[in-house]
Design a protein around this ligand. Structure first.
Ligand SMILES: [Zn+2]
Length: 306
């Protein structure tokens, strides 16, 4: 078959177009596959950014310390039966569960990435145990935090002055140590602010940290405390000195189980003399483990006073 020049020209043009089409197709495919992962990656990045921004808007303003999970509350006593201890454990878990809804309002522990421990002393002041605790803290140059009961503040103002002059924190622990559960809002406010006033009259400062008697917390009291510009401070380690635990139980329990960011509950009142005996060992052994003993405001990065 003899092809005319016209036919050859047409075939050549068709062939050239087909070739061009194939080249274009290959180029498009290469580009599509090369761009595909980048586009997916970029979309994922945008999604993450959008999600982060959304979470940022929903999240309450809280500091870095509070963003950490609460530590399980520790502390055992040789004076508690297995049954009572089980009850206590259940209560501790209940406290932590409630607290999870109030990030930035309740503190159980401090920054778990720092080897710091805050020693806290409740239920004072008194004329006997509190001065002994102060003497030991002064000897070892340990700063601490005291949650005081309003009625005792009025009774022993000179001891409160000693506490604050020694550089420790004087904080609010209610007027008469009644539980804050199942009380009216007015009662709670009155109890809280009358204690604050009693402290203010002695030290000229108003506390901004509150520890509820018995660690009892519920939604209503948390609201009242918050409305009055307080933060709740619970604890992550209870020495259980109030159960009459032995000196060895108080000291060794803490020394063996201590964790970074621990807030330690102890008492400075009559009936808990073993705390005084255990305190020097606790201070020395914690320091030997590399722990720094600090006040609550330093540990939590929040103000102790209004
Ligand atoms: Zn107490």
């Amino acid at each position: 078959m003899k092809l005319s020049r016209k036919k050859i020209l047409i075939i050549s043009i068709v062939a050239l177009n087909v070739f061009n089409g194939w080249v274009l197709y290959r180029w498009w495919r290469t580009r599509a596959t090369r761009d595909a992962p980048q586009t997916t990656e970029m979309n994922a990045k945008i999604d993450t950014l959008v999600a982060e921004k959304k979470a940022e808007r929903q999240k309450p303003v809280i500091d870095s310390v509070q963003q950490q999970a609460y530590l399980p509350i520790l502390g055992k006593s040789d004076k508690l039966s297995a049954r009572d201890f089980a009850k206590l454990q259940a209560y501790r878990e209940k406290q932590r569960k409630i607290a999870k809804d109030y990030l930035g309002e309740l503190y159980f522990n401090g920054d778990t990435s720092r080897k710091v421990v805050a020693l806290t002393f409740d239920d004072g002041p008194d004329r006997r145990v509190t001065p002994q605790v102060l003497k030991i803290l002064a000897k070892y140059k340990v700063p601490a935090s005291f949650f005081l009961v309003g009625s005792y503040v009025k009774k022993y103002p000179e001891v409160v002055k000693q506490v604050v002059e020694a550089g420790h924190l004087v904080l609010n622990h209610s007027a008469t140590h009644q539980s804050y559960l199942k009380k009216s809002k007015d009662w709670l406010k009155q109890d809280l602010l009358s204690t604050e006033e009693a402290i203010y009259k002695v030290i000229g400062k108003r506390p901004a940290m509150f520890r509820p008697p018995y660690g009892d917390i519920d939604a209503q009291m948390i609201e009242v405390i918050k409305d009055n510009d307080y933060k709740h401070i619970i604890w992550s380690y209870d020495t259980l000195d109030w159960t009459g635990a032995s000196v060895d139980t108080i000291a060794q329990g803490l020394i063996q189980q201590v964790r970074p960011g621990e807030i330690v509950l102890m008492h400075s009142r009559s009936g808990v003399e073993n705390t005084v005996k255990a305190l020097p060992t606790i201070i020395q052994k914690l320091r030997a483990q590399g722990y720094q003993l600090v006040k609550l405001d330093e540990m939590l990065g929040i103000q102790a006073y209004k």
